[in-house]
Write a protein that binds this ligand. Structure first.
Ligand code: URA
Length: 210
């Protein structure tokens, strides 16, 4: 763990992640586990939210009780696998604002190209959490963060399920101000850009495509 990287090593997260990694885990179970892990990761990634107090009355007496302060946070899903993390996070934070960023890799330049971007307003006043289960090369993640910064975001966190050392290094180089929260840091990338040992293609496993 460094200031830039937080690994959520909670036993429940690690157990569920192991079940997700197994190749014979079905699409339905994979999706359910991702939703459950998202709840636990959401808890970790939001602990920096600012608080204030509100005067309330319990049945016994008045008190200044803690409540979230400031604008509602923004969750930004990096399509398409980000939607798996997003769904679970919305269970816990139903009033969050939601944005989507779609990027594909140009076959010739190998650079990420934006094909969709729809973001909530006032990003400069919100904690913005970008979600994508797999931080592999880090190229598309870094490009997505570029878009968020261009749209005014200054307080950004990146949440993923699995990270490769290469992706963490790329994010640290491109966006040292954006903390990365993950459930595990795996060994490396293979020649096709898959995280090893990983869990395969997160989108395919989540949506049953291949
Ligand atoms: N994206 C995935 O879905 N899986 C990987 O291992 C790497 C990138």
């Amino acid at each position: 763990m460094t200031d830039h990287l937080t690994i959520v090593d909670h036993p429940l997260v690690q157990h569920k992640l192991t079940l997700m990694r197994e190749k014979d885990t079905s699409t339905a179970v994979f999706r359910q586990l991702l939703r459950e892990i998202s709840h636990l990761l959401a808890y970790e990634v939001t602990h920096v939210l600012p608080m204030t107090t509100k005067r309330i009355e319990t049945p016994l007496k008045e008190m200044d009780a803690p409540v979230l302060d400031g604008r509602k946070l923004a969750l930004v899903s990096i399509l398409r696998a980000g939607n798996g993390l997003l769904d679970g996070m919305l269970d816990l934070i139903p009033s969050a604002r939601v944005g989507f960023v779609g990027l594909y890799r140009d076959e010739e330049t190998l650079e990420p190209v934006q094909y969709y971007c729809k973001l909530p307003g006032e990003l400069n006043e919100r904690l913005v959490i970008a979600v994508d289960p797999m931080l592999a090369t880090g190229n598309s993640s870094a490009a997505a963060i570029d878009l968020l910064k261009e749209a005014g975001a200054t307080n950004i966190r990146f949440l993923c399920l699995l990270a490769a050392p290469e992706g963490v290094a790329r994010m640290k180089e491109a966006h040292p101000d954006v903390p990365v929260v993950t459930a595990a840091l795996d060994e490396c990338l293979n020649e096709k850009g898959y995280i090893v040992p990983g869990l395969g293609d997160a989108g395919d496993r989540m949506f049953g495509t291949k």
